[in-house]
Ligand binder design. Structure first.
Ligand code: PMP
Ligand code: GLU
Length: 386
């Protein structure tokens, strides 16, 4: 039988991060001694107070639909957090609680673009943005930023690819895969650019709490001149080790939020009450979250210092996230060949730069959201094969 699929969906490519995560799991299940630095998933447990809140919710029969936008106590608490931590002027009517940041991104993109519209991506950009844009029958357009310049956002780079069809720009800070954080200078450049070209901005801030060396996270929606154009995305997966609870949220002005919400309540209704109760509890678990952050920071320092000793390797110190973005020069291999080589010879899984868009053919992403012993083993194996 010949199936006819939706054209846009048929053009999507698989997620290399998720594929490599699966590959690592399969190899381990077969007894192969593989070190996976592929997926970005904290190796910590969800803070106990959050798990307990989730279990209590189930035991108290909070197992039914909830208010579709998300339970009011959670949205109120998030509004407080967004005001205090992010400087975003909002209330509970500006917030939609979603089943993961991934789904929040998808419904935001889907709501804001029409077929043929162009969406600007600051490459290297996280694997799923371009594919979500493709799923919406829109066109991802890469803004050329460079490793040598540590991916600084410039007006020239933005102007070099903007067109009549540009509708949306996706920003990720702290950035997956590079670990770079948005500066005030860059935020102002983006704000002026978006205002002049009538472009909306999606700001993915899911790594906001994973920042090191006293760096301060900047939310572009805190700039009043551009706030109405920004849809801020966030979630609990990374900063609170809650990947499996599938909970995130988006923040936008009421008109934009109402439109996204319409799409949402026909496709999701709401998310489980226990995930929402757990998320509410984790917002008060700062002590546990700090322990995770300190550990990520120590691992980052170890990994970067060791990588820099390897031949042909260059690596900026990531300001945030739990990824190292590594440039590797070896026999003119591209990043897919490098990743294959490291897997075959060292049994270490890294994500090839090509997964993150144009211009990263010599780069690999390595996640340090793994135990220190895995990092040490990976380094020992790299030393042997490089
Ligand atoms: N944005 C970025 C940049 C990510 O790395 C991830 C990781 N999956 C997500 C969004 C989605 O996170 P989740 O769906 O687990 O909330
Ligand atoms: N965001 C994580 C990563 O980049 C998890 C996998 C995914 O959803 O892409 O590895």
């Amino acid at each position: 039988m010949e199936y006819v699929f939706n054209k846009a969906i048929s053009q999507m490519l698989p997620s290399k991060t998720v594929d490599l995560m699966n590959k690592g799991m399969e190899m381990r299940a077969k007894g192969i001694d593989v070190v996976s630095l592929s997926v970005g998933e904290p190796d910590f447990n969800t803070p106990m107070a959050a798990s307990y809140a989730g279990i209590t919710a189930i035991c108290n029969n909070k197992t039914h639909y909830t208010e579709s936008r998300g339970i009011l106590p959670l949205r109120r608490r998030l509004a407080k957090k967004l005001k205090e931590d992010n400087g975003i002027d909002c209330n509970e009517m500006n917030i939609l609680v979603t089943p993961s940041a991934k789904f929040a991104l998808y419904i935001a993109i889907r709501t804001m673009v029409n077929p043929g519209d162009e969406v600007m991506l600051l490459d290297p950009s996280w694997v799923s943005y371009a594919q979500m844009v493709v799923a919406a029958a829109a066109v991802p357009v890469s803004v050329p930023l460079s490793f040598e310049n540590n991916y600084t956002i410039t007006r020239e780079a933005l102007e070099s690819v903007v067109s009549e069809k540009s509708r949306l720009l996706i920003l990720c800070t702290p950035n997956n895969p590079t670990g770079k954080m948005l500066t005030m200078e860059e935020a102002k450049i983006l704000a002026d650019f978006a205002n002049e070209h009538n472009i909306m901005i999606i700001s993915d801030e899911i790594y906001e709490k994973l920042v090191y060396d006293g760096n301060r996270h900047l939310s572009i929606a805190s700039l009043p001149e551009v706030a109405d154009r920004v849809i801020t995305i966030n979630g609990f997966s990374k900063c609170a080790a809650m990947t499996g609870w599938r909970i995130g949220y988006l923040v936008a002005n009421e008109v934009v939020l109402k439109q996204i919400y319409m799409f949402y309540n026909h496709t999701m209704t709401c998310i489980p009450a226990f995930s929402q109760e757990a998320a509410l509890a984790v917002l008060d678990c700062e002590k546990e979250l700090q322990i995770m952050r300190d550990s990520f920071c120590a691992r980052r320092n170890y990994l970067v210092n060791e990588l820099r000793k390897l031949p042909g390797v260059t690596c900026h110190m990531p300001q945030g996230t739990f990824y190292c973005w590594v440039k590797m020069e070896r026999n003119n291999m591209n990043s897919d060949q490098l990743a294959d080589y490291l897997l075959e010879k060292a049994k270490v899984i890294c994500v090839p730069g090509t997964a993150f868009g144009a211009g990263s053919e010599k780069c690999l992403r390595m996640s340090y959201a793994v135990p220190q012993a895995h990092l040490e083993e990976a380094i020992a194996r790299f030393k042997k094969v490089l």
